[in-house]
Design a protein around this ligand. Structure first.
Ligand SMILES: *Cc1c(COP(=O)(O)O)cnc(C)c1O
Length: 379
């Protein structure tokens, strides 16, 4: 683990003080807006001149969106709901890019009517709908990157083969759309800068005019396992652009996680500590938050969050960590080895760190009667 920066330590103190002073009902997510701003500014500084579009799905709290509007961020939106959210928080429609290649013709028409003029597509069908319902709009075609998978891979759902992307981009120009160029996303929580390098090389090899290149998001956060710093990714990206493009295209990035993850802490309470047999060394620790109330990214145990518990410093032992619902899949960590204090009891508090991304936005409305994870905001 990299030692926390001074800024991270201060943000953590602010979040902790807020939680301890206010003792909100658990579970809840608290987001520090100062950290959101800092993360956004770091991205700007590492990729100067890049058009930064915050991927709203990572954390759609209105206060987060408003803070980023004030910073001059653009937004990667994926639905009518996200378009309306950003506009309600003061975003200019020209700063929105509709990045979801899976959309209804009616979604395109509504976005266009609201003033959205940038779209990403990856199919003939969506391209035809764009030509009809967003005439003249700026478009990018998403292709599938040929790079190792990320920590939370997208699989093959988005993007088309590079040769097809080249054909679709030529077709887009013929349909009267304003062609920006190519787009790719290496998958979220990608720790290997080589993935972006591969994408940039593939984009150059498409052999189509490239006014702008959208390299997506995917920039990682250090959870229990460390992640390379943003500077490493940025250097690789700048190097690959210079190497593969005689005239580098305008750069577009769509960070989600990297803007909000470190800004959030989930405070949760232990519901029960038990064992499955008297001989079993493992204790089962059931928290009041689980797979359906914010910890969706623990599916396949992809993301292993850092935990902070009561009784630090005493003895500890191995645990399985699970959520509170009557669902067999609501087990958070079973294969990932976690150890928690032996003194841990029902009613003790457990903080889940760096939980500002893909948590509240993923929680269910009220599965099994457990309400969605509320978001509180500091700063
Ligand atoms: C989810 C998403 C992002 C953000 O990805 P992160 O890994 O959170 O940075 C960016 N662009 C698109 C199109 C996405 O779907």
């Amino acid at each position: 683990m990299f030692p926390p920066t001074e800024a991270a330590a201060t943000a953590d103190q602010r979040l902790r003080a807020f939680l301890d002073d206010n003792a909100p009902t658990t579970p809840c997510l608290v987001v520090d807006l100062a950290t959101v701003r800092e993360n956004f500014r770091s991205l700007r500084a590492e990729l100067p001149g890049a058009d930064v579009l915050y991927a709203v799905k990572a954390n759609p709290a209105p206060e987060v969106v408003a803070a980023l509007v004030a910073e001059g961020s653009g937004f990667d939106v994926a639905s009518t709901g996200e378009v309306e959210l950003c506009l309600a928080q003061g975003a200019d429609p020209s700063s929105l890019s509709y990045g979801n290649p899976i959309k209804k013709a009616s979604d395109i028409a509504r976005a266009h009517a609201a003033g959205v003029r940038r779209f990403t597509f990856d199919s003939d069908g969506d391209l035809e709908n764009l030509a009809e319902h967003a005439p003249g709009a700026r478009v990018a075609c998403r292709f599938l990157v040929d790079a190792p998978a990320s920590g939370t891979p997208f699989g093959a759902k988005f993007g088309c083969a590079p040769e097809m992307a080249a054909r679709l981009l030529r077709r887009a120009a013929g349909l009267g759309l304003s062609v920006d160029g190519a787009a790719f996303h290496v998958g979220s929580q990608h720790t290997d800068p080589a993935a972006w390098v591969a994408g940039i090389r593939q984009a150059a090899e498409l052999g189509v005019p490239m006014r702008a290149l959208n390299i997506g998001g995917g920039f990682p956060t250090g959870y229990r396992d460390p992640a390379p710093p943003l500077s490493e990714h940025a250097a690789a990206i700048r190097g690959a652009l210079a190497e593969h493009f005689p005239t580098p295209p305008a750069l577009v990035v769509e960070p989600g996680r990297a803007v909000v993850a470190t800004a959030g802490v989930i405070r949760t309470e232990v519901v029960l500590v038990s064992r499955k047999s008297d001989a079993d060394e493992h204790r089962w620790v059931y928290l009041d938050v689980g797979r359906y109330s914010g910890l969706a990214e623990t599916e396949n145990e992809y993301i292993a969050y850092r935990l902070r518990t009561a009784h630090p410093g005493g003895g500890d032992g191995p645990v399985v960590i699970a959520g509170p619902t009557c669902d067999g899949d609501d087990v958070v960590y079973q294969r990932t080895p976690y150890r928690l204090p032996l003194a841990l009891r029902a009613g003790d508090l457990v903080d889940i760190l760096d939980a500002g991304a893909y948590t509240a936005s993923y929680s269910s409305v009220s599965f099994n009667g457990f309400p969605p994870l509320p978001t509180l905001v500091v700063g």
